[in-house]
Structure formats: structure tokens, C-alpha cells
Design a protein. Structure first.
Lengths: 129, 541
């Protein structure tokens, strides 16, 4: 009886283990400074995106999308690390914006996504007050 | 372009894994099963080495093609200097190294074929196969990880190697059977099968040893399994692997019985069950490649579906028999769409009808196929339902895309510019071919060989569904759509395997295969009939 249970357990484990991936891809944003800091109108703001894996810095593109859909490329901060990308947002008027990024992960997969954020009026209270 | 590149990436990725299996698995097959030496049969060695050379050449070509696709994609977004910049990346260097070493391995294998018992040439081939395998460590996601990088790379390479030994050896075994059947006196088939069984068991244990920690490190939770695209593909792999293991157990039993004189299953049944096992494992390699386009759940990216949301996807529901008009669809397609616009009720209704009606087609065919077991002559014509389905898919796609006969855009032009449209066109073509060939095979005894077209195309269709437009971030709504395609893809592969078994093996196992194939088609039909996009209930107007 114990031997049969052990055999069944081994086969079950085999089925699960054999389902393990051979390769996994795409760099995705694990943390964005936009989630922790409020972007205020008329103030330049540094934004940092932290990815789950290393990315090839030479292929990183970040574009600011205005509420009307106009796109403006942003310069990548040279101090960005292999897994982070930093850009400087110019002073903006209050409204809803998008930050579209495109990166090449070290595993060769290109990832593109858009982070949406809101620029708060300059005189609005900060969340901690 | 991104969607097309991801689709081609999955297909080429699968082709690379299959080619790697044939090349590297062939080396282990040669050394451990055929055992090159003075007493080895040269014919068998030459056959094995020829296949090994073919695998290595295919690996070199597929790897080079993958790099070329990546350059095209990168040129699309960084400009004409993309190639120069790409050559500085790890992906290019490792990929180019693998392609180069694979090409040298192919040449070395051809040299070995001229002297298949040469120990020195086997040593060269073995070394090159080892290098080809090791280059894989820098081509997988683990190479980009920030923590436990070396451990993950090592485990991934071990996992790939074990899979290659198993799948490659199985391919060699299936390729050897025609020769062994013609010459039973010279080729000790039962002994070779027994040796391969041992090799396969060791490969299985290595897969287990490398796989368990990978699952833990990359999935990490029940929610990760059931709520993400990555997790659904892992579970699909588990399901297909379970069926493959059941077939492997049958073969293992036949191999052990084959050691005793008088046992015929090792000749009558094992070679054909091995063919089905091979189809399943090759399909699994394509699923593995499709997995590579997904971020692992452990990184917490994207929304996750809950268990109740997943159950709702497959819960029995009445099909939608009302559809927006083509004019309304075309009018909606011409409207400008804001970048954060939500999907409209019209779009949901259109999609639901587009899936429910094909489900009814397949349901009807499944009922007729089940009736055909009682041998009414008219039920044999059930495959003609696939021709009707093909016409429906073609017209529905044309209406959705505004192509002929519903709009001025050319069918081919649209298919090349839109990955999803291309996949639907291929699906229509597959359904048409499936229907015509299978109907002919069942209605004309002299055309029985045409029956093999159905399982081949069904497996191809299954792989198409399994690699169907996965997005890396998959908002939950997209995941709830993709999970149905993943399940249908797996069922299509099982349908193909059941039919192949029915064609190749006599009763009772052959009849079990046939029944399983019909049941798989019925389940696939029900997934489509119950389909409701992203679980959204569209109000009746």
C-alpha cells in the first residue's frame, strides 16, 4: 500500500515537474516610481521603472503620450542600471498622460506597454498631508 | 509587427527545440542505445547519424532565422542601425554561437556517417553536442534574471538536455522501426527498445529533478498557475505530459514483455504507440517555446484571474445566436479609437457569435461521429461539416477585417499586416483541408491513406491555437480569452493523437484511440459553444 502511494506521488510530481518551462521571457515592470510619487503640474519629475530582468539599454525607448494623444520621445538617463530605466518628465499641465516604453530583454524578447498616470494640479495637497 | 514577431518567435522556438532534440538526443541514442563498436550494426549507426546531421542543420538554420526575425523587429523600432547594435547583445552572440556550433556539428555528423564506428569522431560529435546544449543557457530568460541567475541557467539547461534525450531518442526509435520490421533477424529490436527505456527513465528523472525547482521559482503559487497565461500553458503542458507518460508506461510494459520470448506487443503495438508519444512530446516542445513569450508569475506582472472567474469561462451557457450586422461592424471599425478606450458591446457580441456558431458546427459533427460508431452509412459524412465551418470562418474574418467580399481591402494584404487575421485565415484553410481529406478517406476505401492527413493537420491546428497571439501583459480580460484557445489547442492535439492511434493500432487500443479522438472533438465543441468573451454579459437590445 505504501509503495503504491509512493509510486502515485512520484508520478504526480513528475507530471507537475515536467510541466516546468524550458524558457521564459519578456521584461516587465515590477515597480514604477509613478506609483509612489505624485507628479505635479509645472514641475519636472524623474521617473524610474524597475524591471524583473536585465534589459539591453541600447534598445530602450520611452515616449510621453499627452491627453490628446501626441507623442514625445524622452531621453533615457545614462545612469540607468541593467534592470532600471530612468527618464525626466518635463513640466506638464494637469491631466491624464501615458508613458509608453519599449525594451529589449536580455533573452531577446521585445516588450512594449503603456503606464498611465495623472498629473495633479500644482496646488493640490500631497497624499501625506 | 510585434504580434507577428511573437507568433514566428514561438514557431521558430518550437522548431529549435525539436531540432535540438534530434541533434543532441541522437548523440545519446547512438552512444547509449546503439553503442558504436566493432559489433555494432553499421546500417543502424548511419541512419541515426544521418538524422543527427539533419537535426543539427535544422537547428543552425532555425537559430539563424530567429536572429533574422529579431533584427527585422528591432529595425522596425530603432531604425537601420539595428543590426549593428544587436550584434553587441548577449542574445545575438549566444544565438550566433549556437547556430555556428550546430552547423559544425552537422558537418561532423556527416563525417561520422562515413566511419560510424570511429571512436574519435564520436568524441568530436559528443563534444560539439555538449557545447550546443550549453549555449542554450544564455538564450533563456534565466540569463536576464537578477537573482539566482546561475542556478536558473543550470536548471534550464539540464531540463532542456533531458527533454532532448527523451524526445530525440523517441524520434530515433520511430525512425528505426521500418528497418527493424523489414529485417527482424538482424536488428535486435526488443534489446534496443529495452536500452532506450533505461535512457528514457533517466531522462525523465533528470527532467523531474530540474523541473521541480523551476516550477517553484517561477510560478510560486496556485494563483500563478490558474490566473495567468504562463500558468495556463504550464498546466496544459502538465496535461499533455500526463497523457504522454501513460503511453510511455504502456511502452515500458511492452519493452519488459519483449524480453521474454513469444511476446508480440513490442513489435505489434509499441512502435505505433511510440509514434503517438512522439507527436505529444513534439507538441509539448512548441508549448514550451510559447511559454518563453510570457513573464513568470513570480514577478507579479499583470492582473490575475481568480478560480471562480476561470470556472465561469467554461461553465455551460446558452450560445449566442444573435450577431451585430456586418454594416454595424464595418462602421465601428472606421471610428477613431482613443488609446484607453474600452471594448464595446458590439465587439463582445461579434466575438461571442463568431465562437459559438463554430462550436455548434463541431457539436453536430461530434454527434454524427459518435453515431458513426453504430455504422449508419450517412453518419460517415460528418467531416463535410468542416467545409461549412471553413466557409464560416473565412466570411466572418472578412467581415471583421473589411476585406473581400465585404470591403475593398485585399485578403492577402490584410493577412500579412494583421497577425490575428492571418491565424484565422490559416485556421479556415486547415478546416477546409481537414474536412475534404477526412471525408474522402472515410467514404472511399481506396483512399484510406488520406486518413493520415486529418491527424497531421489537427495537430498543426492545435499548435496554432497553443501559440495563438499571447500578449505578455495580458489584462485579465485577454487572459480569460486566451485560456479558451489554450484548452482548445490541447484538445486538438489530443484529437490528432487519438485518430493516429486508431489508424495505426488494431482493436482494442485502436478503438480506444478513436473514441478518445471523438470525445476530444466533442469537448472542443463545448468550449466554443459555452464561449463568452472575458465573461462579459452583453445586454440584449
Amino acid at each position: 500500500m505504501a509503495r503504491r502511494l509512493w509510486t502515485h506521488a512520484c508520478w504526480s510530481a513528475a507530471v507537475v515537474a515536467l510541466s516546468a518551462t524550458l524558457a521564459f521571457g519578456h521584461a516587465v515592470v515590477q515597480k514604477a516610481s509613478l506609483d509612489e510619487e505624485t507628479v505635479r503640474a509645472n514641475e519636472a519629475t524623474r521617473v524610474t521603472l524597475t524591471f524583473n530582468s536585465r534589459i539591453e539599454s541600447g534598445f530602450t525607448k520611452v515616449v510621453l503620450v499627452s491627453p490628446h494623444g501626441e507623442e514625445r520621445p524622452l531621453e533615457i538617463d545614462p545612469a540607468s542600471t541593467p534592470a532600471t530605466v530612468s527618464v525626466q518628465l518635463p513640466p506638464l499641465v494637469a491631466g491624464s498622460y501615458g508613458l509608453r516604453y519599449k525594451v529589449l530583454a536580455v533573452d531577446g524578447h521585445v516588450t512594449e506597454n503603456m503606464l498611465r498616470f495623472t498629473v495633479a494640479p500644482a496646488d493640490s495637497p500631497s497624499p501625506t498631508q | 509587427m510585434q504580434g507577428f514577431a511573437d507568433f514566428v518567435d514561438s514557431l521558430l522556438g518550437g522548431a529549435i527545440l525539436v531540432a535540438l532534440s534530434i541533434a543532441v538526443g541522437g548523440v545519446v541514442w547512438g552512444l547509449a542505445v546503439l553503442r558504436p563498436g566493432p559489433s555494432a550494426e553499421p546500417r543502424l549507426l548511419r541512419r541515426a547519424v544521418s538524422l543527427m546531421a539533419l537535426g543539427a542543420a535544422a537547428l543552425a538554420l532555425a537559430q539563424a532565422a530567429l536572429l533574422a526575425v529579431k533584427v527585422l523587429l528591432l529595425t522596425d523600432y530603432v531604425g537601420p542601425d539595428a543590426f549593428a547594435r544587436f550584434t553587441a547583445t548577449l542574445q545575438f552572440r549566444a544565438g550566433a554561437a549556437r547556430a555556428s556550433v550546430a552547423a559544425v556539428l552537422a558537418a561532423a555528423a556527416l563525417s561520422l556517417r562515413a566511419r560510424p564506428t570511429s571512436g574519435r569522431r564520436w568524441a568530436v560529435v559528443t563534444l560539439l553536442a555538449a557545447v550546443v546544449t550549453l549555449t542554450g543557457a544564455w538564450l533563456v530568460h534565466a540569463a536576464g534574471r537578477l537573482e539566482t541567475r546561475a542556478t536558473l541557467m543550470t536548471l534550464t539547461v539540464l531540463h532542456q538536455l533531458a527533454a532532448a534525450v527523451w524526445v530525440g531518442g523517441l524520434i530515433q526509435l520511430v525512425a528505426l522501426w521500418p528497418l527493424a520490421r523489414r529485417d527482424p533477424g538482424t536488428i535486435a529490436w526488443p534489446a534496443l527498445v529495452a536500452r532506450f527505456s533505461t535512457v528514457a527513465m533517466l531522462a525523465l528523472l533528470t527532467l523531474l529533478a530540474a523541473g521541480l525547482p523551476l516550477v517553484w521559482l517561477y510560478v510560486g503559487s496556485f494563483e500563478g498557475f490558474i490566473g495567468t497565461g504562463y500558468g495556463s500553458l504550464v498546466l496544459t503542458k502538465a496535461g499533455l505530459m500526463g497523457v504522454a507518460l501513460a503511453l510511455a508506461a504502456l511502452n515500458l510494459r511492452a519493452a519488459r514483455e519483449g524480453r521474454t520470448a513469444g511476446s508480440g506487443t513490442v513489435r505489434r503495438r509499441l512502435p505505433y504507440v511510440a509514434e503517438v508519444e512522439m507527436i505529444l512530446l513534439v507538441s509539448l516542445l512548441f508549448v514550451a517555446a510559447s511559454l518563453s513569450s510570457q513573464p513568470p508569475p513570480i514577478d507579479g506582472a499583470g492582473e490575475r484571474a481568480t478560480w471562480s472567474e476561470l470556472v465561469e469561462v467554461f461553465r455551460p451557457k446558452w450560445p449566442s445566436l444573435r450577431t451585430p450586422s456586418v454594416a454595424a461592424k464595418v462602421a465601428a471599425a472606421t471610428q477613431p479609437v482613443a488609446f484607453d478606450a474600452e471594448r464595446t458591446n458590439l465587439a463582445y457580441s461579434w466575438s461571442n457569435f463568431s465562437h459559438n456558431v463554430p462550436g455548434l458546427f463541431l457539436l453536430g459533427m461530434s454527434v454524427l461521429a459518435l453515431a458513426a460508431w453504430r455504422r449508419p452509412a450517412w453518419a460517415r459524412h460528418w467531416p463535410l461539416g468542416l467545409v461549412g465551418l471553413a466557409v464560416f470562418i473565412f466570411l466572418r474574418t472578412s467581415a471583421s477585417e473589411g476585406t473581400w467580399p465585404f470591403g475593398p481591402i485585399g485578403v492577402l494584404e490584410n493577412a500579412l499586416a494583421n497577425t490575428e487575421a492571418l491565424q484565422h485565415r490559416i485556421g479556415a484553410a486547415l478546416a477546409l483541408a481537414l474536412g475534404l481529406f477526412e471525408w474522402r478517406a472515410r467514404s472511399a476505401p481506396e483512399a484510406r491513406k488520406l486518413a493520415y492527413v486529418f491527424p497531421v493537420l489537427a495537430a498543426a491546428g492545435g499548435l496554432l491555437l497553443l501559440t495563438h497571439s499571447h500578449t505578455p501583459f495580458e489584462p485579465k480580460s485577454d487572459y480569460l480569452i486566451q485560456v479558451t484557445h489554450t484548452v482548445m489547442g490541447a484538445l486538438a492535439v489530443l484529437m490528432a493523437c487519438g485518430r493516429w492511434l486508431e489508424l495505426r493500432v488494431g482493436a482494442p487500443l485502436g478503438r480506444v484511440g478513436g473514441a478518445a479522438s471523438t470525445v476530444a472533438m466533442l469537448l472542443l465543441a463545448l468550449v466554443l459553444v459555452f464561449y463568452r468573451e472575458a465573461n462579459v454579459i452583453v445586454p440584449l437590445e
